[in-house]
Design a protein. Structure first.
Length: 110
């Protein structure tokens, strides 16, 4: 069943795919979330989210070439679709509107 909204983790995955450009695959996406998102993730969780995002039309995937360092296995690369980019922009607008005007979040307060 297709959904029009994103979970916080799906949004992090989509943002990491966008950052990864042509080199966005599972391990890199997980590293991006851990480094920039400061959130520990299991690789299986990333792939589960990617499967769900692909089923909902937010990402598409292609298989790379098999590599010797991966035991002859190919990497699966992901890219954000037009629908995925719309969903990210929709989330960005919603969060921005929700954050605006909250005194506790203004300035450099902890």
């Amino acid at each position: 069943m297709r959904r029009d909204y994103l979970t916080d983790f799906e949004l992090m995955v989509l943002l990491s795919v966008l950052r990864g450009g042509d080199d966005a695959y599972g391990v890199r996406i997980a590293q991006e979330i851990e480094t920039r998102g400061e959130r520990a993730v299991m690789l299986a969780t990333v792939y589960t989210a990617l499967d769900r995002l692909e089923a909902n039309g937010h990402v598409s995937s292609t298989m790379g070439q098999p590599t010797p360092e991966r035991g002859g296995r190919a990497k699966k690369y992901f890219r954000v679709t037009t629908a995925g980019l719309r969903a990210v922009r929709r989330a960005q607008r919603a969060f921005t509107r929700l954050w605006m005007g909250i005194p506790q979040l203004e300035g450099n307060r902890p």
